[in-house]
Design a protein around this ligand. Structure first.
Ligand code: 5GP
Ligand code: ZN
Length: 146
């Protein structure tokens, strides 16, 4: 059953209480233009079920939502021959720039280097020994297994 949060802007969009430019919809998922249009064709894909972030997805919801991404991605790319690539981003938590606390996947079409989208990606390779990397991997691996 789809859970709705009446204080949530994306639940209101899903319910049709706030208008949106819909590009795809089925019984579980809705995709619509992001109001900010970082680049033209910037789309948000949301589960209709109100979930805060990736940390609370179960495998069934993940399968449902992520299965829709490739066909929506291909449709965005097909909509404009100038689209050369696509960044797919999910912000989880305020520190990670999440502002709307209903999980959503950004599909941001890329046109050229200065098209409005930026991602800064530090390279800290030199700061880690192989032992430290092995420890980090082991800690995470154990959590996955739990
Ligand atoms: P976040 O920073 O949480 O990953 O992204 C939230 C996104 O939701 C922002 O890119 C913002 O432009 C978009 N957004 C916020 N309110 C609305 C709205 O009412 N309609 C639409 N279409 N997008 C919205
Ligand atoms: Zn919601």
């Amino acid at each position: 059953m789809v859970e709705v949060n009446h204080d949530c802007v994306f639940c209101k969009i899903v319910a049709g209480e706030i208008p949106s430019y819909t590009v795809y919809e089925d019984d579980q998922v809705k995709a619509f233009l992001d109001i900010s249009q970082v680049t033209p064709g910037h789309v948000l894909v949301v589960p209709k079920h109100h979930v805060r972030d990736i940390f609370v997805y179960d495998e069934e919801l993940a399968a449902t939502v992520f299965a829709r991404i490739p066909k929506i991605a291909r449709a965005i790319k097909a909509s404009d021959p100038q689209i050369a690539g696509l960044n797919i981003c999910i912000n989880n938590g305020e520190i990670a720039y999440q502002t709307v606390l209903h999980s959503h996947i950004h599909l941001v079409p890329r046109y050229h280097e200065d098209d409005g989208f930026q991602m800064k990606w530090a390279d800290n390779t030199a700061n880690y020994t192989s032992d430290q990397l092995a420890d980090l991997a082991t800690k995470i691996e154990h959590e996955v297994a739990d």
